[in-house]
Design a protein around this ligand. Structure first.
Ligand code: CAP
Ligand code: MG
Length: 428
């Protein structure tokens, strides 16, 4: 078979400052060399096809991606800027995260990272508020921001739901949150929930003197999301929550504009991400997803909690978090250099099976600049949600003061009861 895959490999090529560069981990199938596999990745994700052609415009030479660096299984591919439509995230994914994952010539393929040049980034908005903006919305300067989802994740009526969120706020938390699979049900209609929660938010703010808000889930068909975003704005909310994987990059881009106009920050839930990022040898990395979402402009995104109920190593979770929060990431074995220029830093969100006894360890990994969600770990408190939220806040205070939880719990009864139930246990 006559092909031109090797035309897409040039180990002497040096990327220009306007090239996008992808870092892949490639496992060729039996009978294929790494060079042939790398050529196929560059070809199928840019301007190639499987056979030589009768006719080829001269321009193609200039827009071909080039695999320029092969070290073991790690392959770097440079993509000329001309390949990419301006400000079009789905088109980028159709190229670098598209057909290549199904090629017979590869046993496995992992897209670890993309380095985005200034000229490409300038057509994206990035977060409207970002890390500093969200802190100023909630008027919280130093500690991690806190939120909780009523549990079970679906089943409460709008009234019951709003009351649980009220208890969460009264225990000291900043944010109530919907779960990823709750939008509007016959027994918990979105607008009903939003209206009831608005009243209780005003009450909680009056009683506590603190800012209280919520992450209400607008996930759905794009036109419906736009309507719900307006509703949130009309009821005086500051955030909209979107399941960014199930709705897709196009919808998130549209909602970035809409939410921007309504002054809403975007909370990005990543439900479904593990279908493509869990197997370290195949699919997309969470690091990559986080980066694309920062580029589009969500303000906070779930990254995992290391010690909680869901998978995610310490290196992975802290690596993603640091990238999301920094203006300049340095390269590592599995990441590339990235400068963010005008795009703001944003917040990682840590959650999944957290209880107060685990908080010092999470803060040790993530520092103070993140959103901590503790749901089952407050509603399962022996004395109820409000005491549960207090216990989590006490665990944060203790950690910020450098005091151990066991010592702090001598004078803090909510924390003491939480430790009595869950101790310091992590999920196996
Ligand atoms: C956590 C959670 C979150 C997951 C998401 C849940 O509840 O609401 O959706 O943590 O995971 O439904 O499991 P609990 P991630 O606090 O009660 O576990 O942030 O890793 O994407
Ligand atoms: Mg959830």
């Amino acid at each position: 078979m006559s092909d031109w895959y090797l035309d897409f490999v040039d180990l002497n090529y040096r990327p220009s400052k306007d090239d996008l560069v992808c870092l892949f981990r490639v496992e060729p199938a039996k009978g294929f060399s790494m060079k042939e596999a790398a050529g196929r990745v560059a070809s199928e994700s840019s301007a190639g096809t499987w056979t030589t052609l009768y006719k080829l415009p001269k321009r193609v030479k200039k827009i071909m991606a080039i695999a320029f660096d092969i070290k073991g299984n790690y392959v770097k591919v440079a993509y000329p800027l001309e390949l990419w439509d301006k400000g079009n995230a789905p088109q980028l994914l159709s190229g670098i995260a598209g057909n290549i994952f199904g090629m017979k010539a590869l046993n496995n393929l992992r897209l670890l990272e993309v380095s985005l040049p200034k000229t490409y980034l300038k057509n994206f908005k990035g977060p409207r508020y970002g890390l500093k903006g969200v802190r100023s919305i909630l008027k919280v300067k130093k500690r991690p921001l806190t939120g909780a989802v009523p549990k079970p994740k679906i089943g409460y009526s709008a009234e019951e739901h709003a009351k649980i969120v009220f208890e969460t706020w009264m225990g000291g938390f900043d944010l109530g949150k919907d779960d990823e699979n709750l939008v509007s049900t016959s027994f918990n209609k979105f607008e009903n929930r939003v209206r009831l929660m608005s009243k209780l938010r005003d009450k909680a703010e009056k009683l506590t003197g603190a800012r209280k808000s919520a992450l209400l889930n607008i996930t759905g068909e794009t036109g419906e999301m736009i309507k719900k975003a307006k509703m949130l704005h009309d009821y005086g909310w500051e955030f909209a929550m979107i399941d960014i994987v199930t709705t897709g990059t196009a919808a998130v881009q549209t909602l970035r504009d809409v939410c921007g106009d309504y002054g809403l920050a975007i909370h990005a839930h990543r439900a479904m991400h593990a279908t493509f990022d869990r197997n370290p040898r195949h699919g997309l990395s969470m690091y990559f997803l986080g980066k694309i979402m920062r580029m589009i402009g969500v303000d906070q995104i779930h990254v995992g909690a290391v010690v909680g109920k869901l998978v995610g190593t310490k290196e992975e979770v802290s690596g993603i978090s640091n990238m999301l929060r920094s203006m300049h990431s340095k390269p590592t074995k599995e990441t590339l250099e990235q400068k963010w220029f005008k795009i703001k830093p944003m917040l990682p969100v840590s959650s999944g099976g957290i209880h107060p006894g685990l908080i010092p360890e999470i803060m040790n990994i993530l520092g103070n600049d993140f959103v901590l969600l503790v749901s089952g770990g407050i509603h399962g408190h022996p004395n109820g949600t409000r005491e549960g939220a207090k216990a989590a806040m006490q665990a944060i205070e203790a950690t910020m003061e450098g005091v151990s939880l066991s010592e702090y719990s001598r004078s803090h009864k909510a924390l003491k009861a939480a430790l009595g139930k869950w101790g310091y246990s992590t999920f196996k």
